[in-house]
Design a protein around this ligand. Structure first.
Ligand SMILES: Nc1ncnc2c1ncn2[C@@H]1O[C@H](COP(=O)(O)OP(=O)(O)OP(=O)(O)O)[C@@H](O)[C@H]1O
Ligand SMILES: Nc1nc2c(ncn2[C@@H]2O[C@H](COP(=O)(O)O)[C@@H](O)[C@H]2O)c(=O)[nH]1
Length: 264
């Protein structure tokens, strides 16, 4: 039988705050971990900004994320929860804010590996090769597909091709890191088929009007391309039930933390 890890206990507590695990004091939880005595416990609580009177089930989103990050950094090779892999997909309709939320996660959580996709789309102003995307031509994209270098790939919005390079993901997963893919619905379905234990998160706009407002406000597409993207968006929204979790992007920081807490 697998030994219960501290992460398993947190998991139990957060799924059911009224359980014995949820009612456990944070002080009791930490000192139950080998190598953590009273002094170290108090330093950890100060570092994480958690009051010693807190119960595990009563921790806020940020405190949960901080505690989980702390555990993951010190015990990075513990098994993922519920047989789920550390591979996480963030999908959702155009302009919902996937890129913005993913960038926020990468900035706030450097321990999470954000995959950089390859695409045949030309760079937008301010986008850098190797940072936002690997910008490649059709011949290079074909080569990557032929050589099996992509975990998934798709033609998105009936326009350009996009794909997830496999090697950096394998490396990050082998290091025990969580990996986040920001990809479209077709890609999410391919990842689910290839890796059924991946966690699929669908990002939702607060409303359809707000989605259109964000797309227009971004100002990176002409009218024809915007119309094409909104047609795809309707199809994508209809498929949200295929995902494990849905997160509303009403506020970037809040949505980013919610996605991170799902990775925990
Ligand atoms: N919570 C939010 N509130 C208001 N505006 C937001 C929010 N999140 C993102 N935005 C804005 O919405 C626009 C679209 O965001 P972003 O480019 O991240 O979307 P996306 O889902 O990655 O789009 P695409 O799939 O078309 O690449 C940007 O101008 C961004 O600044
Ligand atoms: N299937 C994949 N979809 C991807 C990948 N990288 C990005 N995307 C999705 O493409 C659209 C358009 O992106 P944009 O940068 O041109 O606005 C968006 O939905 C992305 O999520 C990928 O590797 N595979």
């Amino acid at each position: 039988m697998r030994v219960l890890t501290p992460q398993d206990l947190l998991d139990r507590a957060w799924r059911d705050p009224d359980s014995a695990a949820g009612a456990m004091r944070i002080t009791e939880f930490l000192t139950a971990i080998p190598a953590i005595g009273d002094g170290k416990r108090d330093r950890i609580l100060a570092e994480l900004g958690i009051s010693p009177v807190k119960r595990i089930g009563g921790l806020g989103t940020r405190q949960r994320a901080a505690l989980w990050r702390f555990l993951d950094e010190r015990w990075p090779r513990l098994e993922p929860r519920h047989g789920r892999s550390r591979l996480m997909v963030l999908a959702g309709p155009t302009a919902v804010g996937k890129g913005t939320v993913a960038a926020r996660i990468a900035a706030e959580h450097p321990e999470i590996h954000l995959s950089v996709s390859a695409t045949t789309r030309p760079p937008r102003p301010g986008e850098n090769d190797g940072e936002h995307y690997f910008f490649v031509d059709d011949a290079e994209f074909d080569r990557m597909v032929d050589q099996g270098e992509l975990l998934e790939h798709a033609t998105v919005h009936n326009a350009y091709r996009y794909g997830t390079p496999r090697a950096p993901i394998d490396t990050a997963l082998a290091e025990g890191r969580t990996v986040l893919l920001e990809i479209d619905l077709q890609g999410a379905r391919q990842v689910r088929a290839a890796e059924p234990t991946a966690t699929l998160v669908f990002l939702l706009p607060p409303s359809w009007d707000e989605l259109v407002h964000r797309l227009v406000g971004r100002g990176t597409e002409g009218e024809e391309e915007r119309a094409r993207r909104l047609r795809t968006a309707k199809r994508e929204l209809a498929a949200q039930g295929e995902f494990d979790f849905r997160v509303v992007n009403d506020d970037v920081a809040r949505a980013a933390e919610e996605v991170v807490s799902l990775a925990r």
